[in-house]
Design a binder for this molecule. Structure first.
Ligand code: GLU
Length: 485
């Protein structure tokens, strides 16, 4: 590529950032970085009625969390600003008027009532080009008289507008099927159709990367480039992301919001990694990739033309891989807030809990449910001690719990290793199998049929005092049970 590549992400602040928006931004970023180019953020807020409070801030937050860095944007001037469309009203007016002079657009004074009365053959309201023939002098006079007007695109007659999309190949539309659409509204604001062209040109965008919903209107935008005499950019349209075989993921229905996933305990980098794979596959078929690896591998040849299905189970799996790959220290830092919000928070050894959880959860949000039980200790069903294969019954358990009490009293250094050695030694002395003691001890410490981790890990998490208290409590339960029989 001879020119510096410039791509842009142009979200509209009309709701949260769903996975589809994020993917568009990510691909534009990866493409720019892969080609040593620049990535620009532009806020498309001309549709004032659909604006949602706080949505613009969410764009910045999401990009920052996702590690997608833009070179130019509302808060990073690169000489092509402003980067917020509502601040560019004067620019659109200037260019719309210029386009009228160049013969690519015209003033239209049709009233709402007239437009509503236009009924096409199949119930459509295609504009009938009523004002297309007005002379410049007449238009000027009516504007001077204060008549409201819009500026419309003057679509050439009888030509075919074609381009080659980098993903979908050749796309052609007959100009006879293109309406003379509004470019500048009566309130002076541009339509998306006009603003995207003016901005992409003035911001020097070389590659326009966006969703397929714009694939077939792009020939119409290209006619605007042509009328200005501007060079058209290249286009890369991206197939939709589906919720299932029939439905698209949608912002309107609250599907798949990036920040919701983070709040559920997904790691931003895992979500971004997963999102990258929705419609793109690197040549080496890698799945777990860092941002640098994605930048390195990204290319249009790996982009699929068919839609992809958002599979949360797959994303969970990938997130789990990220968690397992963390150092103990990193995982502890990530898990700590989740441990703290569980019932066990602040009561037991949090480092031990984190160690236990690292290989046992795919998403950090699973932690509280998995450890709440630590805090819920009380009378429990003694039949849990019956285990045929282990050769444990209530009588054996009674002895085993006594043996563990003796062992715990003797642990020199309170670490998993220290506890393990003491329990193993005590079992041997008592002539019991290690497995019998461990199994009984685990039940006695937790009162649970199954736990993440065995007796030694549970004791390490609970701490010496609490372990002792629970073992004594269990010993008493077992004793009372035998006495009652
Ligand atoms: N504001 C448009 C959207 O959010 C951007 C389309 C484009 O990238 O041109 O759909």
């Amino acid at each position: 590529m001879d020119k510096t590549v410039r791509t842009r992400f142009a979200p509209s602040p009309t709701g949260f950032m769903h996975i589809g928006n994020l993917r568009t931004g990510l691909y534009a970023y990866l493409f720019a970085r892969h080609n040593g180019g620049k990535f620009i953020l532009r806020i498309e807020d001309t549709d004032r009625e659909r604006m949602v409070e706080g949505a613009e801030e969410m764009v910045y937050r999401t990009l920052a969390a996702a590690g997608i860095e833009y070179d130019e944007g509302p808060d990073r001037d690169g000489g092509c600003g402003p980067y917020i469309q509502s601040e560019r009203a004067g620019i659109y007016r200037e260019y719309a008027e210029k386009l009228v002079e160049l013969g690519g657009a015209y003033y239209c004074f049709c009233t709402k009532e007239r437009l509503e009365g236009l009924h096409g053959e199949n119930g459509t309201h295609t504009y009938d080009r009523h004002c297309r023939g007005l002379s410049a002098a007449e238009a000027r006079a009516r504007i001077a008289a204060g008549e409201p007007y819009v500026i419309r695109q003057k679509v050439p007659d009888g030509i075919v507008s074609s381009y080659t999309d980098m993903v979908f190949g050749e796309i052609s539309v007959s100009s006879d099927d293109i309406e003379d659409g509004v470019l500048l509204k009566s309130d002076g604001m541009p339509t998306y159709n006009f603003a995207n062209v003016v901005d992409d040109h003035l911001m020097g965008i070389t590659h326009v990367i966006r969703g397929t919903e714009y694939l077939s209107s792009t020939p119409k935008y290209n006619l605007i480039y042509d009328a200005f005499g501007w060079e058209r950019p290249q286009y890369m349209h991206l197939p939709p992301i589906m919720k299932d075989a029939a439905r698209k993921l949608s912002k309107r229905y609250g599907d798949a919001n990036f920040e919701d996933f983070i709040a559920k305990g997904y790691l931003p980098q895992a979500v971004v990694n997963y999102v990258a794979l929705l419609g793109w596959c690197p040549k080496n078929n890698a799945e777990k990739m860092t941002m640098a690896e994605m930048i390195d591998a990204f290319g249009v040849d790996g982009i699929s033309v068919s839609s992809s299905i958002f599979d949360e189970a797959k994303m969970r799996w990938l997130n789990g891989e990220y968690l397992k790959a963390m150092s103990e220290e990193e995982f502890f830092a990530a898990a700590k807030p989740w441990i703290e919000r569980s019932k066990a928070g602040g009561k037991f050894d949090e480092r031990e809990i984190a160690r236990l959880m690292q290989t046992r959860v795919d998403v950090l949000g699973e932690i509280p449910d998995k450890i709440d039980f630590l805090d819920e200790f009380g009378p429990y069903d003694l039949s849990m001690y019956e285990h045929k294969k282990m050769k444990v019954d209530i009588e054996v358990a009674k002895k085993a719990v006594e043996v563990s009490i003796g062992a715990i009293e003797r642990v020199a250094e309170w670490t998993e290793d220290g506890i393990k050695q003491a329990v193993a030694a005590a079992a041997e002395e008592a002539g019991m199998k290690g497995g019998q003691v461990m199994f009984s001890m685990r039940v006695a410490l937790t009162g649970q049929p199954s736990t993440p981790g065995g007796a030694i890990e549970m004791a390490a998490v609970l701490g010496r005092e609490e372990s002792m208290r629970r073992l004594r409590f269990s010993a008493k339960l077992l004793k009372e049970h035998t006495a009652a029989e």
